[in-house]
Design a protein around this ligand. Structure first.
Ligand SMILES: C[S@@+](CC[C@H](N)C(=O)[O-])C[C@H]1O[C@@H](n2cnc3c(N)ncnc32)[C@H](O)[C@@H]1O
Length: 187
């Protein structure tokens, strides 16, 4: 049974927030899956322009309400992944706290379920981010030990991308990581 409550900030959001704290200012950033806009606000302070993409219209509506004082440099778009962005666009920073749990037979929530092994939405984001990463961008993305991280890391490596684990947080049942993914053809 599908469920679509907008996703409010939680432990994974705060792990991503911590990773963004020391980043330099950038020209253009993109957030995939902005939810109710907590991370989007931080990006708006670090970027001249933010494109916040959200698949769930209700969440995008909540984000727009929460961000009403910051909308001078934020575009909130209801869309799937990078669909609204031209591949030729210059993007310095890509950020996502994607749905990362394996599908549950009892119910489906697009805010938390990331595909059969939990990493399929993340793999989609990494593949779609590739042209921007190949130019200059960096991708910061949350990942969970409950998903198939081995499969995810193999996909990242097959795209000739590098991954660094920026930070981790352990809970009794899972470990969350913030990954930094970037292109490094010469290593
Ligand atoms: C874990 S929540 C994170 C929300 C918020 N960014 C945060 O950190 O608190 C994941 C969000 O991604 C959205 N989402 C899932 N799949 C998406 C897709 N293919 N394209 C855009 N947004 C997506 C969900 O609707 C949800 O709002």
């Amino acid at each position: 049974m599908p469920s679509h409550a907008p996703y409010g900030p939680a432990e994974d959001t705060w792990l991503l927030e911590d990773a963004l704290k020391n980043l330099r200012q950038v020209v253009r950033s993109v957030e995939v899956g902005c939810g109710t806009g907590y991370i989007t606000k931080i990006l708006s302070e670090k970027s001249l322009e933010v494109i916040a993409i959200e698949k769930d219209a209700q969440s995008a509506y909540e984000a727009e309400k929460n961000l009403k004082n910051n909308l001078y440099n934020i575009h909130i778009v209801v869309a799937d992944g990078f669909d609204p962005i031209r591949t030729s666009a210059e993007i310095d920073l890509i950020v996502s706290n994607p749905p990362y749990l394996p599908l549950d037979e009892a119910f489906y929530d697009m805010a938390i379920h990331g595909g059969p092994t939990g990493v399929e939405v993340t793999e989609m984001i990494v593949k779609q981010a590739l042209p921007y990463l190949q130019r200059k961008g960096e991708l910061f993305i949350i990942s969970s030990s409950l998903g198939n991280q081995k499969k995810l890391f193999e996909t990242i490596s097959s795209l000739r991308l590098k991954v660094e684990i920026i930070s981790t947080k352990r809970f009794f049942f899972e470990e969350l990581s913030c990954l930094k993914i970037f292109y490094s053809p010469h290593e």
